[in-house]
Structures are given as C-alpha cells and as structure tokens.
Design a protein around this ligand. Structure first.
Ligand code: HEC
Length: 262
C-alpha cells in the first residue's frame, strides 16, 4: 500500500532544516528571513506607521541602523548584538519575540549568521523586485520540497510515496486590498511527485494573467479522486454513513485524472 505525504506550503517551515550545506545567501533565505518575517515583521516592519522600538527588521538598512537603543546587530560580533540578547531572553527588559522564546536551534542559527558577518542579500534586490520577493516568502520552501523528494528517492521510498505539495488557494496576480496579493481559488498550482504519477510534466494552464485556470482544469474532487486512486481506493466506493446517508469525499463529482498517472 502506498503512503501519502501531504503538505501545505504554510507547514513547510517545519522541514526547512533539511537544508544542510548552504551558501551565506541561502542561509539567510532559508534560516533567518523566514523567522524574521513570521516572528518579527508584525511589530518591526518599515511598512508600519510606528515600528516597535523604532526598529524595522524587513530591510538591511533597518537591521543595521537598529532601533532607539542603537544598532540591533554588530556583524561578526554576536555577543555585542542586541538582537541576539533579545532572542536569548537574558535581559528581563528585552525579550523577543514577546510571545515566547524561540527554539534554541533557531537562536543558534542567528548566532551563526551574525558571527559570519550577518550577510543580508536583501540589499541587492531593487525596490520593485523586493516587493515581489516579500510576497514570495514561501520561495525557500521550494528548495525544501526538492530536498524531501531527493531524500525519498535516495532511500528508495519515492515509488511508494505520493507527495502532494500545495496550499489551499493561490494568489491573484493583483491586489485589491492593500499589501499582498489576494486569495485566488480560481487557478493555482500544486505539484505531485512519486507514488505512480508522471514526472517532468505540467498539466493545465491559467489565462495569460494567471487569474483563472482555463486549460485542463482539475477540480478539488478530481484531485481527491486521483490521490485516492493512487492509494488503491475507488473514490466512488469510499463512503462514510452520516445522518442516514452515505457521503463520499468526492460528493457526486470527480474523475481520476489519468493523464497524470505514470
Ligand atoms: C508583538 C510585537 C513584537 C514582536 C513580534 C517582536 N517585537 Fe521586538 N520589540 C517590541 C517592542 C514593543 C519593543 C520595544 C521595547 C521597549 O522599548 O521597551 C521591541 C524592541 C526590540 C528590540 C530593541 C530595539 C531598540 O533598539 O529599542 C529588538 C532588538 C527587537 N525588538 C528584536 C525583535 C526580534 C528579533 C523579533 C522577532 C524574533 C521581535 N523583536 C519581535 C515588540 C515586538
């Protein structure tokens, strides 16, 4: 019987530690930036009217300039870096993030990053691209998905494991409400690997704006029918009796997308 690995892009941070060897830029992108963006930007972003402690951590300049107490980091010198002291919770008056201490391994990553010169490739990015970049914070996770698949293949497990990677919706190419692109249920990408699906192909396409799926659309029922099929289950026979009726995961819809099968 095949096993299934399902992962949403939001959960993918948990596998980020798969990345073993990395260049300084990769180290920042995979270990440092995701922590800053998920745990610090809410209070320390240049986009806020009044960043807490006058400290913005979403730009290299902000990071080096520091806050009202002075520089947040001294590149090459972790012990002099206020940011690290804040993460370590040693000073009762400055403990960050306030909601609770980060894992020791994450704090160790920050120490390593500052000791190695606190390289921050964000400065290289021109303004327009930076915006896109920040909206694409999931990007480092794509490396993780590749690492997961490589690991499975290396261990001879990819044939019997179906990897399904995606989120519950995509993003529109535009934004109608402030920062960040809006949720898009009309067309978005997921990928599958291993588990008897065809490799190296793309199925379906959106319109030229990336707004709506127009070619070979795969509905959620079709996706479910296809996943169940790869697990050896006929989605029309898989029912669950509830309130006197037999319910199917795929309701009364869905065909297995045979084009995707190896
Ligand atoms: C919920 C809001 C919040 C979050 C999230 C948060 N901080 Fe803070 N931070 C504050 C506040 C408030 C201050 C100002 C404290 C003061 O002035 O006493 C501060 C101050 C700081 C300072 C000192 C700045 C200065 O010079 O005054 C550092 C360094 C810092 N935070 C780092 C971080 C880091 C790193 C993270 C993420 C891991 C983080 N903070 C997450 C609220 C937050």
């Amino acid at each position: 019987m095949r096993s299934l690995i399902l992962t949403a892009s939001f959960l993918a941070l948990t596998v980020s530690r798969v990345v073993a060897q990395s260049t300084p830029d990769e180290f920042f992108e995979t270990r440092i930036r995701p922590v800053l963006s998920t745990r610090c930007y809410a209070c320390h972003s240049s986009k806020l009217a009044a960043p807490k402690g006058e400290l913005a951590l979403d730009t290299k300049t902000g990071l080096l300039k520091g806050g009202k107490l002075g520089p947040a980091i001294v590149p090459g010198n972790p012990s002099e870096s206020r940011l690290l002291q804040a993460l370590r919770y040693t000073d009762p008056h400055l403990q960050m993030p306030p909601s609770g201490k980060l894992a020791d391994s994450i704090i160790a990553d920050f120490e390593q990053w500052i000791a190695a010169g606190a390289r921050d490739p964000r400065a290289k990015t021109v303004v327009a691209r930076k915006k896109i970049h920040e909206n694409l914070q999931e990007r480092p996770n794509m490396d993780n998905s590749a690492a997961l698949i490589r690991d499975l293949r290396q261990r001879g497990l990819l044939d019997e494991t179906l990897v399904v990677w995606g989120g519950e919706f995509g993003r529109t190419p535009v934004s109608e409400s402030g920062d960040g692109r809006d949720h898009n249920p009309y067309g978005f990408s997921m990928f599958m690997a291993g588990g008897g699906v065809k490799g190296g192909m793309t199925y379906g396409a959106t319109d030229e704006f990336g707004f709506k799926a127009v070619e070979n659309r795969v509905s959620i029922h079709e996706l479910h029918a296809t996943i169940l099929h790869q697990l050896g289950i006929d989605h029309e026979k898989l029912t669950y009796r509830y309130a006197g009726r037999d319910f199917r995961l795929t309701d009364v819809f869905g065909n297995v997308v045979t084009d995707l099968l190896a």
